[in-house]
Design a protein around this ligand. Structure first.
Ligand code: COA
Length: 300
């Protein structure tokens, strides 16, 4: 229960200023002594492609929420924090509405954020502010395959081919990704662009560029029929993975070799949590379990 009372006209929402750092740090550390936000705050407060908003009650910074335009049409919200002494007073709701409005005003057609799977408070808040859940993402990060460990393809994968993806694969791949993105729990066109929580849409042109750069891989029987194949997009982080067993299992099994050839040590696979059998298969093949399984939320 909150320690404070608040009337609406006591709460000011405004852009963060560099001088807010001490109060922001105090607020974040009241929630989590190891919070990473104070470290990045100076950079965020100066970001040109978005804003960082604070909620101020009296002379105290009691809430924080930022957004960045990660593409001209896509906003990503981050750093939602409300001081524990001020919970359930509508501060996060006011900040979410304020920042979402700012994002749309600066040209975004869509706003997204991710929450941990166990963060019931944030999920209820997002429900209450017009966001809807796109899907469960299970990150399986930090897979650093020991060189000595034998790699075993599942027996069912015999006869499957793995090869670099070709632009013409988009003929089967693109409708499939679009279909997956329509199915609410498997947003096939949403990817993590780096070692961050940010998620963004992949356009067909993005995929063409990645495939031309040699970052796409396909697995499947000869002819790569869409309903029996799998696709992975690989740069320093694996950004997209879609497929059906056993082709998907075969591709997972090959990834360590592909990563090594590319001179990279770590693979981060993001799989829709609904692909339960694929998650199990990944575990069997030595992928680490998720440290940050979460939901992607979007508005509208
Ligand atoms: C999540 C958090 C930001 C919510 O802040 P808040 O200011 O207390 O939220 P609000 O008062 O604006 O809540 C608005 C609505 O969200 C829901 N909600 C908020 N906290 C909730 C909780 N603990 N349990 C259930 N529902 C909750 C309710 O529907 C609430 O409306 P109501 O109070 O009229 O029932 C806050 O708990 C927090 O800072 N948590 C730690 C950091 C964090 O988890 N950030 C989110 C990362 S995505």
């Amino acid at each position: 229960m909150s320690e404070h009372n608040l009337t609406n006209n006591e709460l000011e929402l405004r852009s963060a200023r560099p001088g807010d750092l001490d109060q922001v740090a105090r607020l974040c550390r009241a929630l989590d002594p190891d919070d990473w936000i104070p470290e990045v705050f100076p950079e965020w407060a100066g970001r040109q492609d978005g804003t960082l908003a604070v909620a101020v009650a009296g002379d105290q910074v009691v809430g924080l929420l930022g957004h960045a335009l990660i593409t001209p049409r896509e906003a990503y919200l981050m750093g939602m924090r409300v001081h524990p002494g001020y919970h359930r007073l509508g501060i996060a709701k006011a900040l979410t509405n304020y920042v979402t409005h700012q994002a749309f005003r600066s040209g975004a057609g869509v706003a997204r954020l991710t929450t941990r799977r166990d963060n019931v408070a944030a999920q209820a808040l997002l429900d209450a502010t017009g966001y809807h859940r796109l899907g469960l993402w299970d990150n399986i990060p930090d897979w650093d395959w020991p060189a000595a460990m034998p790699r075993v393809s599942p027996p069912s994968a015999v006869g499957l081919h793995v090869r670099p993806a070709r632009v013409e694969d988009l003929q089967w791949l693109w409708p499939w990704l679009e279909e997956a993105s329509r199915a609410s729990d498997a947003p096939g066109l949403i990817a993590q662009p780096g070692e961050t929580f940010e998620v963004m849409s992949l356009t067909r042109q993005d995929l063409v560029s990645h495939i031309e750069a040699g970052e796409g891989w396909a697995a499947g029987p000869p002819g790569f029929p869409p309903d029996e194949s799998a696709f992975a997009l690989l740069d320093w982080i694996l950004r997209q993975f879609i497929g059906v067993l056993p082709a998907a299992a075969r591709l997972l099994a090959e990834l360590d070799g592909l990563v090594r050839e590319a001179g990279q040590g770590v693979v981060n696979v993001t799989l829709p949590g609904s692909q339960f059998r694929l998650l199990v298969e990944a575990g069997l093949q030595g992928y680490q379990s998720a440290w940050w399984p979460g939901y992607v939320y979007q508005k509208p």
